[in-house]
Design a protein around this ligand. Structure first.
Ligand SMILES: Cc1cc2nc3c(=O)[nH]c(=O)nc-3n(C[C@H](O)[C@H](O)[C@H](O)COP(=O)(O)O)c2cc1C
Length: 358
């Protein structure tokens, strides 16, 4: 055995509490589990940098003989609990994911867990009884629409907004076309709805909150979009906290010069998806978010609205008007919305042409 061999802890190992075996070490990449004996956890705690068996032995009070430590490390290496510290291991993970992200992905691949779909599914509809008023949205079905191919080729993330209010009719058309509930899917007891964007298992966990700074006929403030009644329920007046939320979730991440006239704050009622997909629910929710954002971006382009998604997520839910729902909602994304600035020479980068044959 080479005494210069360097060892270090498998960086994908996470400590978990298991119902049957007590604490276990889980390799987040492979999903393999190992009993987490206290001496082993202690040894691994000392192995986060590359060490030879001699170096580890000098630091680890449980061993006094370097050869025994080396034999133990080789056994742990063949089990995948420690690694030989070769070049590949000293470089950052090639996929750029943390062990927690890999664990989440691996879990999603194994899900859903047994025992899902038990009990009554959470309702498809979230009501806000604390709302202080309701704004029915106008019927915008007569607004024209363009060819899909044209809309797809024009869609861009636009970050230059006109200093004009968003017409309520355009906002109504936008919400109607991108998010309104069209009906329930059978069986009715499953609380599954059909909407413009697809959703895993038709669970549709995403709730849409409008942070309206400058929308025609709408007092500035925060609103919940009622996708069943096609109405806005008023949750908050405009105030400094709302302005700060808009700044953190949209203006700053999209590098805008000023707040957009309107923004959407998307939040998931995770239990709706978890009822059917526990174990892979988070990944389902993220994918649903992508589907909804894309549907919204295309709808905005079709209607001549400027939109830009932002990926900022605040944990726990930080919208001041959602404080009572902090335990029930996950913030998953945002969309800036407004009329495009006609004077703007677009700040969106132009793609370079693909070389022939690429
Ligand atoms: C999930 C997601 C998150 C995004 N987050 C941001 C963001 O935080 N800030 C931003 O300026 N753009 C954001 N964007 C927009 C992208 O930067 C944009 O789509 C990309 O640059 C390509 O440009 P295009 O949309 O005009 O084709 C996001 C897009 C997606 C799909």
């Amino acid at each position: 055995m080479d005494t210069r061999t360097l060892f270090r802890r498998n960086p994908d190992l996470l400590l978990e509490w298991d119902d049957d075996s007590g604490s276990v070490l889980v390799d987040s990449r492979s999903g393999r589990k190992f009993v987490a004996k206290p001496e082993l956890v202690d040894l691994l705690g000392r192995l986060d940098g590359p060490l030879t068996a001699d170096e580890l032995n000098a630091r680890w009070p449980h061993q006094t003989d370097a050869d025994t430590t080396r034999t133990l490390l080789e056994r742990l290496a063949s089990a995948g609990i420690v690694r030989h510290d070769d070049k590949e291991d000293t470089e950052p993970a090639a996929d750029g994911l943390t062990p927690y992200e890999r664990a989440c992905h691996a879990g999603a691949g194994r899900g859903p867990l047994p025992g899902t779909r038990r009990g009554t599914p959470p309702p498809a509809r979230l009501c806000h009884p604390e709302a202080t008023g309701t704004v029915p949205l106008p019927d915008a079905r007569d607004l024209p629409s363009r060819a899909l191919a044209e809309v797809l080729s024009e869609r861009r993330s636009v970050r230059d907004f006109a200093a004009e209010p968003v017409p309520l009719m355009l906002l109504a058309a936008f919400l109607d076309r991108s998010a309104r509930v069209r009906g329930y899917l059978p069986p009715r007891s499953y609380e599954q709805t059909q909407r413009p964007a697809p959703s895993g298992g038709a669970r549709h966990s995403l709730e849409i909150y409008l942070v309206a700074r400058d929308v025609e006929q709408l007092p500035p403030g925060a609103y919940h979009y009622d996708a069943f009644d096609h109405a806005l329920h008023r949750l908050s007046d405009w105030n400094d906290d709302l302005a700060a939320l808009q700044h953190r979730t949209i203006t700053l991440p999209a590098l805008l010069n000023e707040a957009p006239p309107a923004g959407l704050y998307l939040a998931s009622r995770a239990d709706r998806t978890g009822w059917k997909y526990a174990g892979m629910a988070l990944s389902m929710i993220y994918r649903d978010t992508g589907c909804l954002l894309q549907t919204m971006c295309l709808t905005a382009t079709d209607l001549g609205l400027a939109s830009c998604p932002t990926g900022r997520m605040e944990v726990p839910v930080s919208a001041p008007f959602l404080q009572p729902y902090e335990q029930r909602l996950l913030h998953v994304g945002n969309l800036a919305l407004g009329l495009p600035d006609p004077a703007a020479t677009t700040t969106a980068p132009t793609p370079t042409e693909l070389p022939a044959g690429a």
